[in-house]
Design a protein around this ligand. Sequence first.
Ligand code: DGJ
Length: 741
Amino acid sequence: MTIIYNDQTREFHLQTNNASYIMTILENEQLGHLYYGKKVRHKDSFQHLLVTGHRSNITYLKEGDMNFSLEQTKQEYPSYGTTDFREPAFQILQENGSRITDFKYKNHRIFKGKPKLEGLPATYTEQDDEVETIEITLYDELIQAEIILLYSVFKEHDAITRSVQFVNHGEENLNLLRAMSANVDFFDSNYEMVQLSGAWVKERHVKTRKLETGIQQISSTRGTSSSQHNPFLALKRPETTESQGEVYGFSFVYSGNFLAQVEVDYLDVSRVSMGLHPFDFNWLLEKGESFQTPEVVMVYSNEGLNGMSQTYHKLYQSRLARGTWRDQVRPVLTNNWEGTYFDFNEEKILNMAKQSKELGVELFVLDDGWFGKRDDDTTSLGDWFVDYNKLPNGITGLAEKITALDMDFGLWFEPEMVCKVSELYEAHPDWIIHVPNRNRSHGRNQYVLDFSRKEVVDAIFDMMAKLLHDAPISYVKWDMNRYITEIGSAALPAERQREVAHRYILGVYDLYERLTSVFPDVLFESCASGGCRFDPGMLYYAPQAWTSDDTDAMERLKIQYGTSFVYPVSSMGAHVSAVPNHQVGRVTSLETRANVAYFGAFGYELDVTKMSETEKAEMIDQITFFKQHRELFQFGTFYRINSPFSEDGNRTTWMVVSKDQSKAIVADYQVLAKPNPGFSRLLLKGLDEASSYEIEGYPGIYHGDELMEIGIQLDHERFKAHANFDIVEDFNSKIFVLNKQ
Ligand code: DGJ
């Protein structure tokens, strides 16, 4: 049993393979929190963990009692205003202006499996006995509203998911002002908060800070999850490293505005909460209506940050991503964007495709610029029909010629956007997100379609579906290139205007759901100016995402390293691009560029026809090498070893190990060459300590324990025999392939 309820003590004990999560019904009938952490054996009572008692200068709930105060009680889903002064998990505005509520335990239900969250992405089960769920219903008698807390326990995957449903059974209208998906009150504050923050072309950089009294938060108010902060935070002990120590991960399966925060109070209790951003949010809940929050996935690991990440990787790869491509290695692609930008025609594209085919590329992706009159970024978004000036045979004609080369064909869209210079905007100027009589700000000359309106989503679906029906398209790159301003919808009444940001995301999910159901074999790659919406919500629909518009190999080390905190290698689009690099002007070797891009959904983003014969020969070798090992790259167990976020950041090392530990690939990257360097060893991870391995290209046999404890002696003479070994250059990298003997 993974969920135990004790009738006497009214305690709930949720157990995964390695974690315990314990709650209890409090004396005021609200739900209290007792413990989250390393798995403990079950026993009848953990009530001693509840600390009540008198303190000066606090407020108490019951008249005549000087012991019970919510201020000193750890809670599951706290409210504000009744002796707890911290930020609450929820807040409901009632018709009389009150925000005070009293949600008491009503009942609970434990069952096998996991219910779907209507209209929202979420983790799922394939067999009911993989997961046990508990649904705890809390009820406020005065307003006749229910809060249903849903916890699903993925025992083997070692994760617990949470979401919340609000139901209005009463007569009055309720306004949800705040509806977080998860709240955990931790016993102490001796933690560091890890977050993945950045900006366009420097997404998901790892930032770590010590928790301090007060609130520390990350969020998005940009309409998408954003590159500024990923919807993820972790609390780790100060001594926790990549390979050991305790860490708690919180990952939000959502692609819009979010809040993730830790409030440390004067008792050093750390309250983690995560959910929809309450800022600029209000959801009107009329009689009989309900509201479902998105899901938070909680992971506890006492095997360091790698342990946490590996849990997320496995869960998200197999129980969040869906569809035909979920378990399949991804095709090697060429994307024309950095090769041509808007400047192409059919002949150019066909030449690039033919050349790519000769190198071993399997999929050709035509990026932005094929539709309407799009010769630059000022026009045509929304007009999803081909520009015959560039492509006289249409998309169907081009796609047929490319598939005749025995290659797959993929196409770029930006479904959520419209330019003022477009037929779509001319026909429907009120279809954009806007506020009447106010300026409409633009981003890249484009406006955001009001996806909170079904007719808008329908129209875009029809245009995209027609193309996907008519032409042999097996891959779609779904881009989204601006954040949302002046958030408002012409179709909603005044009192629902603060629902637009969330309704917009529901519309995006609806379009994704429809397209992926009608075209189940199409591989979708999500994108938002590169990695500005790389989140678990997107992964549910698109098993891979364009990780960043920064294709420089050195910059990618940080971006891919940070992304790997939550997201699997199979989900990270990673391309080799031309040098000097278009984002930072850096020149790195073709070898290093590929050595970084192998750890992702691999491809090239350059004009193949301009490559020299020597370069093409090298690309053939790279593609052959990648195809030989891509199952391992994309679906092996990923370990981070040396961090580009370490103090000097000069070295990054990571590796993948096959599930049966018979194969591994290690990659070691150095940013700048150092004169007269000290000795250097590479300590590997995840190998079978009792087995022996050969390292391709190196003499000798090495024991697994030896490679993990003593490591590869990088500066040893014999390694100099290896073709990859060359420490005299900047931006150097080495790949080691290990095979069990
Ligand atoms: C932003 C994407 O990240 C790029 O890869 C490319 O598709 C451009 N948009 C096209 O406009």
